[in-house]
Write a protein that binds this ligand. Structure first.
Ligand code: SF4
Length: 210
């Protein structure tokens, strides 16, 4: 943490003054952030003798809920075909980072789970990217504000690119709180606290964001 400079106040930065300049500034910053994170992920993947798609798969499966930790869910999230993704899954399974279990109701469906070495890689990658450190350094209000903004940018990008909107279950329009805990109004199944914190491929933004 010691090499993390305190965040600069946004108001002290030069502010572009026309809609075109604002859009350009926004585009440039977003691209730089994406570039930097991608570069660091490539570096980490090379150090660990993996392909970046393996890392992306592990990152997703570490956070996916039980409706999403399947080959189809992973392919949707990565924007790749099931064929391409199944090769990566096979590699991750052979190298001991993943295991599969059949679904209790539909035996044709398989769930993908991280093994201990798989979770360990994800924890080390998150530590390497240091986004948690940055959030702690910025403080709660700024991080909450940045998170709201990023959520809006991401869901707009996903909509414009016709990609499925993966989101954290708790914020979904189908998520309900009952006296017994969480409940999914779409699947009509209970959700424990852990599942309510995970990413879901069936996520739909709350109605007030329509
Ligand atoms: S409440 Fe929404 S996000 Fe949660 S499991 Fe149901 S559909 Fe998925």
């Amino acid at each position: 943490m010691s090499d993390l400079a305190p965040p600069r106040l946004v108001s002290s930065l030069p502010t572009p003054e026309t809609p075109e300049a604002v859009a350009l500034h926004f585009t440039e910053l977003t691209l730089q952030l994406a570039e930097l994170l991608l570069h660091e992920m490539h570096r980490f993947a090379t150090l660990h003798r993996m392909d970046i798609v393996h890392l992306r798969a592990l990152l997703f499966l570490d956070r996916a809920n039980r409706y999403s930790n399947t080959l189809g869910g992973l392919a949707d999230y990565l924007g790749l075909t099931k064929g391409t993704v199944s090769k990566s899954v096979a590699w991750l399974e052979q190298t001991g980072y993943l295991r599969r279990t059949p679904d209790s109701q539909d035996r044709r469906l398989q769930h993908l789970w991280l093994t201990e070495p798989g979770s360990d890689v994800v924890q080390r990658l998150l530590a390497h990217l240091r986004l948690g450190d940055i959030a702690r350094c910025m403080g709660m209000p700024e991080t909450q504000q940045a998170t709201r903004m990023l959520r809006q940018v991401l869901s707009t990008c996903q909509r414009l690119n016709q990609r499925r909107t993966f989101g954290i279950c708790q914020g979904c329009r189908h998520h309900q709180r009952t006296s017994q805990g969480g409940f999914c109004g779409l699947t009509q199944e209970p959700l424990d606290d852990d599942q309510s914190q995970r990413l879901c491929r069936e996520f739909e933004a709350p109605a007030w964001l329509d």
